[in-house]
Design a protein around this ligand. Structure first.
Ligand SMILES: *Cc1c(COP(=O)(O)O)cnc(C)c1O
Length: 372
């Protein structure tokens, strides 16, 4: 069996984030076992989707749920669902046809992943600006062409946008559903029901391949029975517009195992563990001239996870944050950290495997000429 090193593919220690371009996350044993077991026999996929959906709904306290092949695919399928409902004539007409074709989004919520709306054949209508958004701007944007409001969740994106509660109130008063892109909003686990059950958004889409540590090509949509049924009607195995975004039985069962595992984790204990790692990282950089090590919180996705922020003064230590980031891609194994402007980098503990926190700090110290 050929492995990564046979292929010459280099190992990466991921202290950056759960990112697709570096392989997402590392899969726990429970998830791998669920996937292996799933691959051992044939099942009727429509029935399996329905049963997994019911189980995911119960676990996440939602009316309904649906497994997909990632949050990006989930956003496409959710957009199609809001455009067509369960109407097979409208689904047949996709990506054009008689269905509603506009999706409203806050300007401050524009992110690379909103291309999903284009893929679903709809057009983004932006409201508000980088500083602020007013109720009347959202009200004025809603028309007979509006399929949904796409709301991107995250503490880091909330400043210039209306609250989710206000957005839902305005949209629902006009019969328009709200879909939350919550791809990276786990932890806390309560977000699995917070956006939909508590704040009354119609659908929320989560990535299975980030902190859930399910299969990299998995995700889930939770929300109302009516719209989840419309998601299923648009999704594979049906040979309809979204057929290219299929989810295999292994991914579906792996996702379910990941959600079950995630809900059983002691998240307080994990937080303490992350704080311990960040605290120990900071201690290792104390007293080094030109290096300022601090705790950063929340993380790049606005999640309650602490990170190390390392700011370098190149006039003192000879390298900038950008130089360090680049140099860490030259060491073996590669250590992936997140650049923060020219001078600083972030390192996160939540993506690491046991013991890798030592490799991260040793590799950084070596690049800084302070290796042991
Ligand atoms: C990661 C992410 C996505 C895409 O998730 P995948 O599961 O990788 O498809 C979409 N939206 C946001 C905000 C994300 O962070």
């Amino acid at each position: 069996m050929t492995n990564y090193s046979d292929l010459g593919a280099r190992r990466i220690i991921n202290a950056e984030a759960f990112r697709t371009y570096i392989g997402g996350s590392l899969l726990p044993q429970e998830v791998l076992e669920a996937m292996a077991q799933a691959s051992s026999m044939h099942v009727y996929i429509v029935d399996l989707q329905d049963r997994i959906g019911k189980r995911l709904a119960a676990l996440t306290r939602n009316e309904a749920a649906f497994p997909v092949s990632g949050a990006a695919a989930g956003l496409v399928i959710a957009t199609l669902a809001c455009r067509t409902g369960p109407d097979l004539a409208a689904i047949t007409g996709l990506p054009h046809g008689p269905s509603r074709d506009e999706v409203i989004i806050h300007s401050s919520h524009r992110i690379p992943y909103d291309r999903a709306v284009d893929v679903a054949g709809a057009r983004l209508i932006t409201v508000g600006n980088a500083f602020t958004t007013h109720d009347h701007e959202l009200e004025a944007a809603i028309s007979h062409r509006t399929a949904m409001v796409l709301y991107v969740a995250g503490a880091h994106l909330s400043r210039a946008a209306l609250s989710l509660e206000t957005t839902v109130e305005i949209a629902h008063a006009r019969g328009i559903p709200v879909v939350v892109d919550a791809a990276a909003q786990l932890p806390p686990p309560s977000n699995l029901w917070g956006f939909t059950v508590e704040k009354r958004a119609d659908l929320a889409v989560f990535s299975g391949g980030k902190a859930l540590r399910g299969p990299q090509s998995s995700g889930l949509i939770v929300g109302t029975s009516r719209l989840i049924a419309a998601c299923a009607a648009n999704a594979p195995p049906h040979q309809r517009y979204a057929r290219a975004m299929k989810t295999g039985k292994e991914e579906m069962m792996g996702l379910l195992a990941a959600v079950e595992r995630f809900l059983l984790l002691d998240h307080d204990l994990l937080s303490k563990e992350y704080e311990r790692i960040v605290g120990e990282w900071i201690a290792r950089f104390q007293g080094i001239p030109g290096v300022t090590a601090t705790r950063a919180f929340p993380n790049e996705a606005g999640q309650p996870v602490p990170r190390l922020r390392l700011e370098l003064d190149p006039t003192v230590i000879g390298v900038s944050g950008r130089d360090l980031h680049r140099a860490l891609w030259e060491v073996d194994p590669i250590v992936a950290v997140e650049p923060d402007g020219d001078l600083a980098v972030f390192a996160t503990p939540d993506t690491l495997d046991f013991g890798e926190e030592e490799v991260v700090v040793d590799s950084i110290l070596k690049v800084l000429g302070r290796g042991r």
